[in-house]
Design a protein around this ligand. Structure first.
Ligand code: GDP
Length: 466
């Protein structure tokens, strides 16, 4: 595969000011020269310098003025000879250019092939390659910072340190194994145990960052729960209001959840409006409730929207909401009293003053009028305060990738068994085996050891041209 020279459009396939076509592989420069109508061949050009000239289309006729930059291996993104051709952003020109390059000997790239080549040529590790995809996908300041840190290798460096500590433990164990016949003990089992405990702890603390990592990367999920007619949809619109929120149905459900994505102070929020919550025998409505309960169980925080004109008092409404959508321990809840325009003051709302006393911790209450857009700013302030307490946006060494989470969990499980094996004074080779498992799991993350199948699977999720 490394022998071919690949070509793809690096910019979106749409009308734009410019389009960039990129080639990578041993013949990248030679192939481009075949369609290059400039005075001097590109093979003689200085790398990393923009050169202006005409390029020919598949029929050999001039196609466009282009700016061409060549890169010589290994000093390129992929580590191979590469060429970037910038032309006018016409979809016709871009497709003709690619056709001409394919005629001249290039092969259309498959998804993620540039990044995969960069990885295979040691230009970046697997975690960095994945972070580049995240960097391109980042939609908020927090998501960008996370992806940037990972792409620049700081995250890989932390994993590498962990891996080195693990290899140190493994080498101590293997040393003992090698000399076991001679009855020499190089490191005491207590020393093994301490090292293993420390590693286990550190890996578990990384695993624990996944929730916050996902919230920063994919959005802080705020589920809005309230009895039917409390004003959930109205609140969702008010929160999404002056931003360009995408209000969309989550597909595949009968009683849909509605979601709006909003950027606020550098953080991305995903507000989810649950279907009207109420006890019911209707199977379709029950499905809505179970969807709501499911969303609630995964939420970063939960709004309990109380209707100030409902016949039930505030405490009874909250009880009902908590019964229908129980909250996992530790997920913050916010008490919001809606339709404040219908009462003189939310203090009048029966049962409100005693809520925290009787029913346990909940933030708020904030009185709002979702319909009139009153006090939505106050609610935002509270949301932001709780969000930044739950996830620290300046924390950049967080797990955001499910594949990494799996690998860390597997390493943690092996280390757990290793600790048990040491404590039970089991034979050293059993202990060594667990240490090797844990090491292999950690190596999976940065791709120190991988199979072609795993690589294909990871990179096939990238888009073409990346
Ligand atoms: P949902 O069933 O919880 O999604 O509630 P909706 O958002 O559909 O609102 C139910 C009704 O309450 C609608 O007629 C809204 O116009 C009304 N409503 C929502 N918010 C307010 C508010 O702040 N004040 C008043 N007076 N009415 C509201």
């Amino acid at each position: 595969m490394e022998k071919t020279t690949i070509v793809a459009l690096a910019t979106p396939p749409a009308k734009a000011a410019l389009a960039i076509v990129r080639l990578s592989g041993p013949n990248a420069i030679g192939i481009t020269d075949r369609i290059w109508m400039g005075r001097r061949p590109l093979a003689e050009a200085e790398p990393r310098k923009a050169i202006l000239g005409t390029i020919a289309g598949p029929d050999g006729q001039p196609l466009d003025q282009a700016v061409v930059t060549i890169y010589r291996a290994p000093a390129s993104f992929t580590g191979e000879d590469s060429v970037e051709i910038t032309v006018h952003g016409s979809t016709y020109i871009a497709s003709q250019l690619i056709e001409a390059l394919v005629q001249a000997g290039a092969t259309p790239a498959s998804p993620g092939e540039y990044s995969m080549r960069a990885f295979l040529n040691g230009r970046l590790d697997l975690a960095q390659a994945e972070a580049i995809a995240d960097l391109i996908g980042a939609e908020s300041r927090a998501a960008h910072r996370l992806a940037y840190t990972q792409a620049s290798g700081q995250y890989s460096a932390r994993l590498k340190t962990l891996h080195e500590q693990l290899l140190h433990l493994l080498s101590l164990i293997e040393l003992e194994l090698d000399f076991s016949e001679e009855d020499v003990q190089f490191a005491s089992r207590n020393q093994f145990l301490q090292l293993a405990y420390d590693l286990h702890d550190e890996i578990d603390s990384l695993i624990a960052t996944y929730r916050a990592g996902c919230a920063l990367k994919d959005g802080i999920t705020v589920v809005i729960t309230g009895l039917p007619n409390a004003g959930k949809s109205t609140l969702l619109n008010a929160l999404a209001g002056d931003t360009k929120a995408i209000v969309s149905d989550i597909p595949g459900t009968t009683r849909d959840l509605i979601e709006a994505t909003v950027l606020h102070h550098g953080l991305k929020y995903r507000f989810i409006d649950t279907a009207g919550l109420r006890s019911t025998d209707d199977p379709i409505e029950s499905q809505g409730i179970s969807l709501a309960a499911d969303a609630t169980s995964r939420a970063t925080m939960i709004i309990r929207l109380i209707d100030s004109v409902n016949h039930l008092n505030a405490g009874s409404q909250l009880d009902e909401l908590r019964r229908l959508t129980p909250v996992p321990q530790g997920t913050p809840e916010i008490l919001v009293v809606n339709k404040a325009d219908r009462i003189r003051s939310i203090i009048e709302m029966p049962g409100l003053d005693l809520i925290t006393l009787v029913r346990g911790p909940i933030a708020g209450p904030v009185g709002i009028s979702a319909l009139k857009g009153e006090h939505i700013g106050k609610l935002w302030t509270l949301l932001h305060t709780i969000a930044t307490k739950t996830v620290n946006p300046s924390d950049t060494l967080l797990i955001t990738n499910a594949r990494h989470l799996e690998a860390l969990r597997s390493a943690s499980a092996s280390l757990g068994r290793l600790v048990d094996a040491i404590a039970a004074d089991l034979p050293t080779d059993l202990i060594a085996q667990e240490a090797r498992h844990a090491s292999a799991s950690l190596a999976d993350i940065t791709g120190a050891i991988t199979t072609p199948d795993i690589l294909r699977n990871i990179f096939s999720r990238f888009c073409i041209g990346k």
